[in-house]
Design a protein around this ligand. Sequence first.
Ligand code: CUA
Length: 423
Amino acid sequence: MRLLALRSRLKWCFLGSLAITGPLWLAGCWLNGPQSTFDVKGPVARSQLNVFMVTVYVTTVIFVVVGAVLAYATWKFYCRSSADQPAEPRPQGHGNPLVEISLVSASVFCLILIALPTLKNIWYTYDVPEDQRANAYEITATGYQWWFKFEYPQEPITGVGPLVTGNELIIPAGRPVRINLRTVDVIHSFWVPKLAGKVDMIPNRANHLWLEADEPGYFYGQCAEFCGDSHAIMRFRVIALPAQEFAAWIVGQKLPARVVTPAGADAPQKPEAAQVRLANYPLADASSGDALSASPAFDAEPLTGWREKQIPSPAAEDPALIAEGRHLFQQKTCIACHTIRGHEGVGVTGPELTHVGSRTTIAAGSLENTPRRMRDWITNPNRFKPGNKMYNGGYTDPATGQRLINLTDGEITAIVAYLQSLK
Ligand code: CUA
């Protein structure tokens, strides 16, 4: 009877542990997801994965040995019949000194096995190795609620300061990149899972990390420290380019915003004229609907998608609509929060938009940068990023809920056409 009961208990233990660990086994099938720390693409993330795997191997051996001893003892010493059961508990022994010393030594040995690579890794990941420091590229990343600003101190623009971008960090591939981590408000955390572990961006503290991409690629980043309403969608991208392409990108980014000249006249068109053209503007696209992620076609080849984004397509552009958008961007006070270098924008509260049309994402990496998505975003930013400053305090007064800026559909379309033209 007892044996049957024990068997049944063991069976349920087995099924129970399978139910708990089953999803983990299944997750093993998708270990190469966009933010997987198992699919590493650079030396820093690789060294961190190695430490993790050493820990997994050591603890797996401990688990198997302890589990086997426990199973053996349970099997060997349980009472098979009431005759086995002693009337009195057996006297307590002090233990076996040899067994105790062996166990303590084995534990210390396991700890050393884990500690050695861990300590080595802490030093390695803290800063660019000395022999590569001269070759390191420097970038400053600043966290805002809820987006990232990227500055390039090695790329000064005369009369302006360092080159600034937002939410998409372009780096040279195969070269160490040292990133200064700053924040203007609360604690954020900078994390590109495939390239390096997370490091916090803390007010009044100069943290940094370094990373390197083995090869050109498109990587997903994420704020990894709870920082308010829209923390979970405070994302960014890292695009690693071959040296030459990176240099060309820098040259292009340093240029002021692109100007699309209307045929004939430079003056902004009247709103009525813009309205007529709305029907032809390509607001419908493949990624329509409410899905926040990019389209499957983009996900399959994101770096190719990024490269395509860099090229303006004048044939598809409507210069008059774009001029109208530029005029509205100023008139509706968008310029107070966003910089568009060379145009009217001067604000620094929101992301820099000088070349926003060449980015693959908007709204801090949470929406694909398509005309339709940009229109959705400008129409109601709170829908996609609850609590953001563009909506609360920009469009509406957070205290009264009163709408401060009113934009008609036609005006939004013109602004979208303008921003999309900024390649
Ligand atoms: Cu920033 Cu979470």
